[in-house]
Ligand binder design. Structure first.
Ligand code: MRU
Length: 362
């Protein structure tokens, strides 16, 4: 990719993103400066995908904090918290949004004895750390994911869990990119992903630009390609994984999982540990975003396709039950059922790495 998905322009006090609503027709970089612009960009999916939303929110709250003019910590923190809550209200399902904002808030609180200028510096460092970690996380997911594949495999993916949804490599696409580097010659099938077409506009574009053999299919064709024997594994991303392994991802994912089970095809969820929400016990507690009816009735069509006044239900995500998931691939290894137990081991490894890094820094 020629451009970064999300970048901070410190001198200009702006976040630079590729406006993903215009892809693949047009690659336009836009700048976000105000709270309203950042909120709108996330809500309108100009920047989207759980990890990229987290990185945008981290840079966003840093820029907004930088603009708070006071030397009084209480006044600073009150305004910080107000802006944080506002950004957090832009989309409800991807846990990376609140996760990144909470990390930034912890920095404020931890450094409250310091001067405001120093707190702002610490916030900047944390926002960059969130972005850098994301690249490492995706690379590791790619390596673990690749260990489950063999050259020539057919892979089906849904929505876009690619570089455009992260800082680099993507999550579900990371094994594909790493396999590409090693000459694995995968054959990828990308679901178009109604209603916002992230598969057709973003995944098909991203993978084909990288020279990957990718075939675009409509959402209602995935069972057919599975039955044809063209798919060896399904790789998808996720927006929130509950403690029991139930997983929210783009609407249509659970249907793919049901079909994969029918045809004995492994169904893999690629999940940075930042997307595993152990405070949410099961998928039924995940807040599913509902979006405007126009996304279904007229957006992307030359003319409106549905009758005026028709009732529309437009959930942006669905929950795949944990018993349909073969494994959850994280940056700290591959978790299998029972997920409550395997996630404990994954988070233990994460904690060990954190302690090791702390020791090294001392
Ligand atoms: O509505 P979107 O485009 O933000 O939905 C994105 C997805 O569902 C992705 O699969 C998920 O965020 C994982 S991205 C690595």
């Amino acid at each position: 990719m020629e451009y970064e998905t999300v970048e901070l322009d410190e001198k200009d006090n702006s976040i630079v993103i590729i406006d993903q609503t215009l892809l693949p027709r047009k690659t336009e970089l836009i700048r976000l400066r105000t709270a309203q612009e950042i909120w709108d960009a996330i809500y309108l999916l100009k920047v989207r995908g759980a990890p990229a939303i987290g990185v945008t929110a981290a840079f966003g709250i840093y820029l907004l904090a930088k603009g708070i003019e006071t030397e009084d910590y209480d006044i600073f923190y009150k305004e910080f918290a107000r802006q944080k809550d506002y950004l957090n209200s832009s989309r409800p399902t991807a846990v990376n949004l609140s996760w990144a904002l909470r990390r930034m808030e912890n920095i404020c609180v931890k450094n409250q004895e310091k001067r405001i200028g120093e707190i702002k510096e610490a916030l900047k460092e944390e926002a960059f750390a969130i972005k850098e970690e994301d690249t490492w996380v995706c690379r590791m997911i790619g390596e673990y994911g690749l260990s489950l594949l063999k050259p020539g495999d057919g892979i089906l993916t849904h929505c876009n869990a690619g570089q455009l949804a992260t800082s680099k490599y993507g999550t579900a696409t990371a094994p594909i990119y790493l396999g590409q580097e090693k000459g694995y010659h995968f054959r990828v099938f990308a679901d178009e992903t109604r209603p916002l077409l992230q598969g057709a506009r973003l995944t098909a574009y991203e993978l084909s630009s990288s020279g990957v053999d990718v075939t675009l299919i409509c959402d209602n064709m995935s069972a057919m390609v599975m039955k044809n024997g063209w798919i060896n594994a399904v790789f998808v991303g996720c927006d929130r994984v509950a403690a029991n392994g139930d997983t929210a991802n783009k609407i249509g994912t659970s249907l793919v999982a049901v079909a994969a089970k029918r045809y004995n095809i492994p169904f893999y969820v690629c999940a940075p540990t930042s997307t595993i929400d152990r405070d949410t016990e099961t998928g039924s507690q995940i807040h599913i975003e509902e979006r405007p009816a126009e996304e279904v009735t007229e957006m992307w069509y030359k003319e409106r396709m549905a009758p005026e006044g028709i009732k529309v239900y437009n959930p942006a995500f669905d929950v795949t039950d944990h018993d349909l998931i073969t494994a959850v691939i994280t940056e700290f290894g591959i978790a299998r059922a029972p997920f409550e137990i395997s996630f404990q081991e994954i988070f233990k490894r994460k904690e060990e790495k954190r302690r090791g890094a702390e020791k090294e820094a001392d």
